[in-house]
Design a protein around this ligand. Structure first.
Ligand SMILES: Cc1ncc(C[n+]2csc(CCOP(=O)(O)OP(=O)(O)O)c2C)c(N)n1
Ligand code: SF4
Length: 285
């Protein structure tokens, strides 16, 4: 496949310079690299600027509800586990309202790739604080600065059972494509948290901020099979100390592997012509 085969006739409506453009291109590149057929691929989103992404790629698509990308993606995966299922959304979507789903998907190790457009702000609703906004950040909803400490999605994912945990940066397309490609190839739940500058509402976490402070884990001989080292790396954040790359990777049976009802046939192909539900319905009379 080539990237152009994933082009949609819908043109992105994001602000010029938004980090979402690179995420879209990297995802199309990675799907092409992994030979994913558009007809066997589904991209599911929540609501937000990030939530528009499925409109802009030629695959099956579902823009769901705010915070609900993962339960919808889970439903699709369990109905037809032969599909490649990608979920996308913002940091508000996944780490705020959708947090419960995020945690349970990881401990299930369902084979979904989850890409979080982490711009550390609510973009679509015009600049309120999100769960990853930095302490002290002045936003529309926190004029005196954010009081809480931010969620650390990488530590959380490692602790909760995700089997592929990575962080990318929208300003490095080649590296981001490689992370998406490896996440898509991984069997099990893969998280790629993407540092995605929102050029309109976040004046702290800008392209130049990340260009100055990010470094690549693979250039420091980090071993992603080492859970303790991964956890230690996940705690780094600051001047010259923002790691990007694969923090953690392990091989563990997926939820689908252990679900007896779909071992022989995907759920949507089960023959239900001889199923009699009369007895069940009688119980509700
Ligand atoms: C149940 C529900 N609550 C709130 C909203 C309003 N809302 C829409 S998008 C959004 C947050 C957007 O921020 P984020 O998820 O980080 O995505 P971004 O726009 O930054 O990509 C909110 C609060 C909604 N659509 N539905
Ligand atoms: S508001 Fe921010 S996140 Fe939304 S499209 Fe514009 S730059 Fe991107």
């Amino acid at each position: 496949m080539n990237t152009a085969e994933f082009n949609s006739p819908n043109k992105p409506t994001w602000c010029p310079g938004c980090g979402n453009y690179a995420i879209l291109l990297a995802l199309k590149n990675a799907l092409a690299e992994r030979d994913c057929n558009p007809k066997d691929t589904v991209i599911v989103s929540g609501i937000g600027c990030s939530g528009k992404l499925p409109h802009f790629a030629k695959t099956y698509a579902y823009e769901s509800l705010h915070g609900r990308a993962l339960p919808v993606a889970t439903g699709i995966k369990l109905t037809n586990h032969t599909l490649k299922v990608i979920a996308v959304g913002g940091d508000g979507d996944g780490y705020g309202i959708g947090m419960g789903h995020f945690i349970h998907c990881m401990r299930r190790n369902i084979d979904i790739t989850y890409i979080v457009h982490n711009n550390q702000i609510y973009g679509l609703t015009t600049g309120q604080a999100s769960p990853t906004s930095e302490k002290g950040a002045k936003t529309k909803s926190t004029p005196h600065g954010v009081i809480e400490i931010p969620i650390n999605p990488i530590s959380l994912a490692i602790a909760t059972g995700a089997t592929f945990v990575a962080r990318g940066f929208s300003g490095d397309l080649k590296h981001l494509t490689s992370l998406f490609s490896q996440a898509i190839a991984h069997k099990g739940f893969s998280l790629v948290d993407v540092l995605q500058p929102c050029v309109i509402f976040n004046k702290i976490n800008t392209y130049s901020f990340f260009q100055k402070n990010c470094y690549k884990l693979e250039e420091q001989n980090h071993n992603p099979e080492d859970k303790i080292a991964a956890f230690q790396k996940s705690l780094e954040w600051g001047e010259g100390k923002i790691p990007i790359g694969i923090f953690y990777r392990e091989s563990r049976p997926t939820y689908e592997d252990e679900l007896p009802t779909i071992q022989k046939t995907p759920l949507h192909r089960h023959d239900i012509s001889n199923v009699n539900i009369e007895r069940l319905l009688d119980e509700f009379e």
